[in-house]
Design a protein around this ligand. Structure first.
Ligand SMILES: [Zn+2]
Length: 693
């Protein structure tokens, strides 16, 4: 079996949803991420354990006694097993040779152990131990080229030791899984954790399954999955059980202190209470172990669910409130590794809300991506003669809110309203031109609005405001209709760095009272013609329509500076599609559909006609060159790709060119980004939504 792991969906950070194929038959696979449960004698005798975990997908076996055909094939036919041994490598090889029939089957992975005493190893000694160990491993891998192996990796707090393993991993295609031992514990150096994960993702096949084992407690599951771990070994819980710990996810409590049993599992609801105070009791150990394993599995189920339907990043941040190690990892990953993580994080998502909790959310990779693209690709409408700054609203998109409707009722009194540029200030996304209010994440973020701003929020927004305003002629007057101290501070900080003239409206009580509205109206009336456009700008009448103005800028945001005006150069008509609620974008002259604006993500999905225009303007935009002339099926797989752009991002769109690179033969939404494509030889790359036949 050479096809092992396949990715189904990329999620934020390095997190991903995938599956391990167990057999050639369909429908036999292990979903990832997942938790690996230890299979132990005492558990196998426990009817509760069997009932509870009957359908669990993956177990760890360390004892030869379980390697029986009757057991593995009959009782657990649809289950996957990882076999390893706590003894020497030699014993492991002997067991392998004695049970070769079992190991040749589909549902078992051989995990090569690394059992060298961990303490008191100096760097040089540890290095020699690894080198020596890997010599024997190499032989083993070469002797059994057709078996699937997992390789245990131990780096002893020296991330550079990964280089020692590197040639072996690259040369032996029968290594399907990397088991990172003890790389993540409560007292880990978080920089080592990041170094290791990042060098694996940048240098090795991204279809290798990543497993974490060692002293891992469930509290760390969310961050481990955010770091790209697919399988987590929960065996450490057995040790914690023997130390009398009861896991509540947030805490590990000594069992004798537990009074309320905040869990409704079978152990907590039946006998665990009775044995609680007994110091040594096998039965107590069994029930406590059962609870701890159920807690781990339940928590993993929560993660699996949230990865598919909720804002997973918010969940990881929430888990960091319990642990400073998680805080540090997120902080450093967000700020120091954004240039890598941005090719891993989907550019859009369609969750109902994206939650910002405060500083931990400011530099989420999707937020940074948004801010970076906006500044890079936005360009002013050449006819702009007035800039007006507003505060954000809780309701999204802003223009659907009561306050913004009121602002618009004033602005629309002026027939030259399309010549005004509105900018909305918000935390933590920054400063947003009105035209981009419908795209992710502007259309879906939620943050508590109290009027109290921290310095970082103000700084983020004012820096972005400066960047935006610098794009305009400094003689264009800027009207500020803001009242909160925070918003004012943003503007004042920006003002210090710019030559522009700022004008503040008079605010009476709040921004939407009739007196405040009157002040806005007067100031607009007085200033709107004060800036003289030097050259005569010819502007098609279509560009005065709000949706057309928006779509031109959304196209720039997606496809690059000034692309929108070129794709839509003949003029467009926007028509609401009643069935899908999306907007059809139609070329007025030729009456052809150029694309659809998807309301949920705020992105334009081009049609082949639209893509042909784009491709004639920018030949390099998000291309994937297909190894052939016609695409079969609706999924693009790695082997079919001969060339690709280096800045592809999951969930973004790609143009598929034929082998000669002369013709657009299809359009797709990317499942993965360039780094995955670069570091893989198989797997799904993109979903094709239109193609020529
Ligand atoms: Zn319980």
């Amino acid at each position: 079996m050479n096809y092992f792991y396949e990715i189904l969906n990329k999620r934020i950070g390095y997190s991903r949803v995938g599956r391990i194929k167990l057999s050639k038959e369909p429908k036999k696979y292990v979903e990832t991420p997942n938790v690996i449960l230890p299979m132990r004698n005492f558990l196998m005798k426990d009817v509760n354990f069997l009932e509870e975990f009957e359908d669990h997908e993956i177990f760890l076996i360390t004892k030869e006694v379980f390697l029986k055909i009757g057991f593995l094939r009959d009782k657990f036919r649809n289950t996957a097993f990882i076999f390893t041994h706590t003894g020497t490598l030699q014993t492991f090889i002997e067991i392998l040779e004695n049970n070769i029939d079992i190991f040749s089957e589909d549902n078992i992975i051989l995990l090569i152990p690394f059992n060298i005493p961990t303490t008191t190893l100096n760097e040089n000694f540890a290095k020699n131990e690894i080198v020596h160990h890997l010599k024997s491993v190499k032989k083993l891998l070469e002797n059994f080229p057709n078996l699937n192996f997992g390789l245990s990796i131990k780096i002893f707090e020296h991330p550079q030791f990964l280089d020692l393993y590197s040639p072996l991993i690259k040369e032996n295609k029968n290594i399907k899984l990397l088991n990172l031992i003890d790389f993540f514990t409560a007292n880990t150096n978080f920089r080592n954790v990041l170094d290791l994960v990042i060098s694996i993702k940048q240098n090795f096949d991204n279809n290798l399954v990543l497993m974490a084992s060692g002293r891992i407690i469930p509290k760390y599951f969310p961050i481990l999955i955010y770091l790209g771990i697919d399988l987590i070994d929960s065996s450490y819980l057995q040790y914690l059980t023997s130390e009398n710990f009861y896991d509540t996810i947030e805490f590990l409590l000594p069992i004798y202190k537990v009074k309320y049993f905040p869990c409704s599992c079978v152990a907590c609801q039946t006998k665990l209470k009775n044995f609680q105070s007994m110091k040594y009791s096998d039965e107590k150990f069994e029930y406590l172990c059962l609870h701890n394993l159920i807690a781990a599995k339940t928590y993993m189920n929560k993660i699996k669910q949230y990865l598919r339907t909720e804002d997973f990043r918010a969940f990881v941040e929430k888990s960091s409130f319990d642990d400073v190690l998680i805080v540090s990892i997120l902080k450093v990953l967000d700020r120091q590794y954004f240039d890598l993580i941005k090719y891993e994080t989907p550019i859009t998502d369609s969750f109902s809300t994206v939650k910002c909790f405060g500083p931990s959310s400011y530099y989420r990779p999707d937020f940074q991506q948004f801010r970076e693209r906006l500044i890079k690709y936005f360009s002013p409408e050449p006819w702009t003669k007035l800039i007006i700054i507003f505060p954000c609203s809780a309701r999204k998109p802003y223009s659907a809110s009561k306050s913004h409707k009121k602002f618009h009722s004033v602005l629309r009194k002026f027939p030259d309203f399309p010549d005004f540029q509105e900018i909305i200030l918000t935390s933590p996304l920054g400063a947003i031109p009105r035209q981009l209010e419908n795209i992710y994440p502007v259309n879906s973020y939620d943050i508590s609005v109290t009027g109290f701003w921290d310095n970082e929020e103000i700084d983020l927004a004012s820096k972005m405001l400066v960047e935006l305003l610098k794009m305009y002629n400094p003689k264009i007057p800027i009207i500020c209709h803001v009242s909160d101290k925070g918003y004012k501070e943003i503007v004042l900080r920006a003002q210090k760095q710019l030559p522009n003239q700022f004008y503040f409206t008079e605010v009476y009580k709040n921004l939407t009272t009739s007196d405040s509205m009157k002040s806005l109206e007067n100031i607009v009336k007085n200033l709107k013609d004060s800036f003289n456009l030097n050259e005569k700008i010819t502007k098609s009448k279509y560009y005065s329509k709000s949706w057309v103005r928006k779509l031109v800028k959304v196209a720039d945001y997606q496809f690059g500076s000034n692309i929108g005006m070129e794709i839509f150069s003949k003029g467009i008509r926007v028509k609401k599609n009643n069935a899908s609620k999306n907007l059809d974008v139609i070329d007025i002259e030729k009456k052809i559909l150029l694309g659809k604006f998807l309301v949920k993500t705020g992105q334009i999905e081009l049609t082949l006609k639209g893509a042909e225009i784009l491709s004639s303007i920018d030949k390099e935009f998000n291309i994937v060159v297909f190894d052939g002339d016609l695409i079969k099926g609706n999924t693009l797989f790695r082997p079919g790709i001969v060339e690709f752009s280096q800045n592809l991002i999951p969930n973004n769109y790609a143009i598929i060119l034929d082998k000669s690179k002369k013709r657009v033969i299809g359009l797709a939404k990317l499942i993965v980004g360039s780094n995955y494509i670069k570091n893989s030889s198989n797997g799904r790359i993109a979903k094709v939504y239109e193609k020529i036949s």
